[in-house]
Design a protein around this ligand. Structure first.
Ligand SMILES: Cc1cc2nc3c(=O)[nH]c(=O)nc-3n(C[C@H](O)[C@H](O)[C@H](O)COP(=O)(O)O)c2cc1C
Length: 174
């Protein structure tokens, strides 16, 4: 799966507009993610409104990819759809969906970035207000997407000292 090693955080995009069809393909990949008890409690909001980007930039300076993005997708959970309410599985479920989306965008030759919303209170409050999220819809993160302005190196972050065998601290001799 070369896509995994090609995915990089892209924070600057060209002015090429990403189509709705491309965004649908990315969201479809998000919805293919595993979820606890198959809850699939996710909700996605396609955001193209620059005023919303501006508002989020006001609470999160490291969201500057929104200065050049032509599209962003907000990943949220609809807590009423959780199969085990109150357990917090939605965070892992939505994170899996987000990662799937980043990988799909990479496979499509696009750049993307995961911008953290949860658990930062000010970012959550901002997103809830500007995107009009009703009670029970919780934002996990925002993904920007676009055509990268440059090529990125592949990732190889394998760390031998982080892998153990059977018990913590026992070297995995392979
Ligand atoms: C939960 C989460 C939140 C993140 N939030 C931001 C963010 O708000 N802004 C940003 O520029 N990058 C953000 N990143 C991207 C990381 O900085 C990036 O993944 C890391 O530096 C490794 O680089 P790579 O994605 O190119 O491999 C986030 C990543 C994760 C998983």
């Amino acid at each position: 799966m070369e896509t995994i090693f090609n995915r990089r955080s892209v924070r600057k995009y060209t002015d090429k507009v990403i189509s709705d069809e491309q965004l649908k393909q990315i969201i479809k990949a998000g919805m293919a993610a595993p979820s606890a008890k198959n809850s699939q409690e996710w909700v996605f909001i396609v955001i193209r409104d620059k005023e919303i980007y501006k508002a989020f930039l006001g609470v999160h300076p490291n969201a500057f990819s929104l200065n050049t993005a032509t599209a962003a997708i907000l990943v949220c959970a609809d807590l009423s759809k959780e199969r085990e309410p109150g357990q917090g599985w939605w965070i892992q479920d939505c994170a899996a969906a987000m990662e799937n989306m980043l990988l799909e965008a990479t496979a499509m030759g696009l750049g993307s970035l995961w911008m953290g919303v949860h658990p930062k209170e000010d970012r959550i409050a901002c997103i809830k207000e500007v995107c009009g999220l009703p009670e029970g819809i919780e934002p996990l993160g925002l993904m920007s997407v676009g055509e990268p302005t440059k090529d990125y190196d592949k990732i190889d972050r394998y760390m031998e000292d982080r892998v153990f065998f059977n018990t913590y601290g026992t070297k995995w001799e392979k």
